[in-house]
Design a protein around this ligand. Structure first.
Ligand SMILES: [Zn+2]
Length: 163
């Protein structure tokens, strides 16, 4: 049995172009009936073409309008997310500034706070910073200050980074 035939490509082209077997030269059809190589090529190519046609018919690609609409919705959602991020950061910063301002107003007007501040200042002047931090009040004040300095940036970072 020969492994190839000079009409093999012609038979294959006829099948791929949907001309096989009705719209080809009668000589080629006659040759394929006698040649094992061409008969096999015609049979396999016909089966593959039928399979391709069946798969194309079964495939249901979405309509272009639907694809466009979904892309628009996705772009809109992403734009909303991107726009909301700076607003959230600004809200956190505004809240922190308002809290700081309220605390400053309270501290400036409260007799108790002024008395405590004066006492703390006196303690720091007599004991030094290290001695003040070693006392219980100084330690609590330092922990509170460090907590605020850590918590506010952490809250801002969490608000900006959430996705
Ligand atoms: Zn042949």
């Amino acid at each position: 049995m020969p492994s190839d035939c000079c009409f093999e490509a012609e038979v294959l082209a006829a099948v791929v172009e949907c001309r096989w077997p009705e719209r080809v030269d009668p000589e080629l059809r006659q040759h394929a009936g006698a040649c094992a190589v061409c008969a096999e090529v015609a049979l396999l190519a016909t089966e593959l073409r039928a399979d391709r046609d069946r798969l194309r018919a079964e495939a249901a690609p979405p309509e272009s309008a639907r694809v466009w609409w979904m892309a628009q919705m996705r772009a809109r959602r992403e734009a909303e997310k991107a726009a909301a991020r700076p607003i959230t950061a600004a809200q956190v910063l505004g809240t922190a500034a308002a809290a700081w301002f309220a605390g400053a107003c309270y501290g400036a007007t409260s007799e108790w706070f002024r008395a405590e501040f004066t006492q703390i200042s006196g303690t720091v002047q007599t004991l030094g910073v290290a001695g003040f931090l070693a006392s219980g009040t100084g330690l609590l004040l330092a922990i509170g200050t460090i907590s605020i300095l850590v918590l506010v940036p952490t809250a801002v970072w969490l608000a900006v980074a959430k996705d």
